[in-house]
Design a protein around this ligand. Structure first.
Ligand SMILES: Nc1ncnc2c1ncn2[C@@H]1O[C@H](COP(=O)(O)OP(=O)(O)OP(=O)(O)O)[C@@H](O)[C@H]1O
Ligand SMILES: Nc1nc2c(ncn2[C@H]2C[C@H](O)[C@@H](COP(=O)(O)OP(=O)(O)O)O2)c(=O)[nH]1
Length: 449
């Protein structure tokens, strides 16, 4: 095949660079914003968008029925993420702060603003520098499908939408105990969240609209509207039960908003399976190679051969799964130094006695070469059983020595691969495989700060 017809050689650095710098996601967001805003000067629009550099700030919407805890969770998230809490109340407050008192009171009382005005207030607020720099959390907005479509057409795309839910009776009962601190706007509850500070206790007020009848009415309106809002956010939505303690709701919400959404970026798995002898690395590597057409690189391959193998087109194009290597920190550094960085690292954790049982009971039929396992795959006949042999490396003392060596090097490897995922390898092989698969196709979870 001459050079003109040879497949285009993709240098291994290219896909790695694109992944490390999220180039695909950056281009995708730029394209979305250009098509939504259709600026007269696309170049200057793109420059300004890129200079904003705010693709990674929180952009969160919290929806849910009355008393589900939207404001509570939104407040806690905005504090924890140092982001901006945006509610209809504070938008109205801001918008009408310069208006006369009676106009402001009218809107405070009715809590209704025309959709167009609400959209204008939202766009103005989200374009303010603090929202650009630190992101935003919309609490209870949008309330209707019309508002949802207006928000989307204005280019306001949340990265995470949380929908709280709980049985109506729980919410009606809960709302009766709602109390508000007029000084700080903080929300409390007579049963579930009573303030320790006596001064706060004394000044708490009962908010409007929390009677059983009023809450029931709001629930009716909510159930009618939420089913028309959800279809717009299916890809970024997570439902969380609000019928549990606030702090549990908060941690589920925080974990979700700190997770990266699956992007459409082309992803070439470069997988490293680490674990002691007998933890299942070879078996899982075989399953991954088979299902995803990855290049299976067994641990016998050493550095020189390894780098020759990893730079071949099939390894760059399909990706690879390496197992049993590196065994210690120096090998990990060598692999890193030749530029082959795994983008998924898994440690298979298996108790010692399980490993000993898996390996020391392995046998081989010297006549057919068939492999057996005295417990998991016994020989079919007494004749074969009688002639089975054990590989010397599967003798218990040899197995334990190799496992001990691995564990002595394991800590340094775990520190080196700080994004590694540790899995329980002491399960059915296909259960282990599903965990590995999920770790590969989903973005790496962010560590909760
Ligand atoms: N998971 C929870 N368990 C128990 N009480 C909660 C929970 N979440 C919130 N609360 C309490 O329920 C009341 C309503 O909470 P919050 O105001 O945050 O809900 P909301 O969805 O914003 O309500 P609304 O939409 O009516 O303003 C408050 O007193 C709050 O302390
Ligand atoms: N029950 C169970 N057994 C497993 C699993 N993975 C591998 N095994 C069995 C198959 C082999 O006989 C033995 C060692 O597996 P291996 O994949 O060669 O381990 P490794 O030395 O490559 O880490 O353990 C597994 O996930 N579950």
């Amino acid at each position: 095949m001459d050079a003109t017809t040879a497949p285009h050689r993709i240098p291994p650095e290219m896909p790695q660079y694109g992944e490390e710098h999220h180039i695909f996601e950056m281009m995708q967001t730029l394209l979305e914003q250009l098509l939504i805003h259709q600026p007269k000067e696309p170049i200057s629009f793109m420059i300004e968008h890129l200079q904003r550099n705010n693709d990674n700030v929180p952009k969160i919407v919290i929806l849910g029925p009355p008393a589900s805890g939207k404001t509570t969770i939104a407040m806690w998230l905005s504090k924890h993420l140092n982001s901006n809490l945006i509610t209809k109340d504070n938008l109205i407050e801001e918008e009408f702060s310069h208006q006369t008192e009676d106009v402001k009171n009218y809107y405070q009382m009715t809590k209704t603003v025309p959709n167009e005005l609400l959209m204008k207030m939202i766009q103005t607020r989200l374009n303010e520098s603090d929202c650009i720099k630190r992101g935003w959390i919309l609490d209870g907005i949008p309330e209707t499908r019309e508002q949802t479509l207006m928000i989307q057409s204005a280019g306001v795309n949340p990265k995470h939408v949380i929908v709280l839910n709980a049985p109506d009776m729980v919410l009606i009962e809960r709302n009766l105990g709602k109390r508000i601190d007029p000084n700080t706007g903080e929300i409390y509850h007579t049963t579930f969240d009573w303030p320790h500070d006596v001064d706060i206790q004394k000044r708490l007020t009962i908010p409007e609209g929390i009677s059983e009848v009023e809450t029931a009415q709001k629930l009716l309106e909510y159930h009618r509207s939420i089913i028309r809002i959800i279809p717009s956010y299916l890809k970024v939505l997570k439902a969380i039960s609000a019928d549990q303690p606030c702090v549990d709701v908060f941690y589920q919400a925080l974990t979700y908003v700190q997770s990266n959404q699956r992007s459409n970026a082309p992803f070439t798995p470069r997988v490293l399976l680490l674990g002691p002898l007998g933890s299942g690395k070879k078996l899982q590597a075989g399953l991954l190679a088979q299902k995803y057409n990855l290049i299976n690189i067994p641990d016998s391959v050493i550095m020189k051969v390894l780098s020759q193998r990893l730079k071949q087109q099939d390894a760059i194009k399909n990706g690879w799964v390496l197992h049993g290597f590196p065994c210690h920190l120096d090998q990990a550094r060598m692999l890193d130094s030749v530029g082959y960085k795994p983008n998924r690292v898994f440690f298979l954790n298996v108790p010692l006695d399980t490993i000993v049982e898996r390996l020391t009971l392995r046998r081989i039929d010297p006549v057919t070469g068939e492999r057996y396992h005295l417990m998991y795959k016994p020989a079919p006949t007494m004749e074969i059983q009688a002639r089975l042999l054990q590989n010397p490396k599967d003798m218990e003392e040899n197995v334990k020595a190799k496992i001990d060596l691995f564990y002595r090097n394991c800590t340094e490897l775990e520190e080196f691969y700080e994004d590694a995922i540790t899995l329980n390898g002491d399960q059915d092989p296909y259960t282990v495989f599903e965990y590995i698969e999920s770790g590969i196709i989903n973005p790496l979870p962010k560590k909760i700060l």
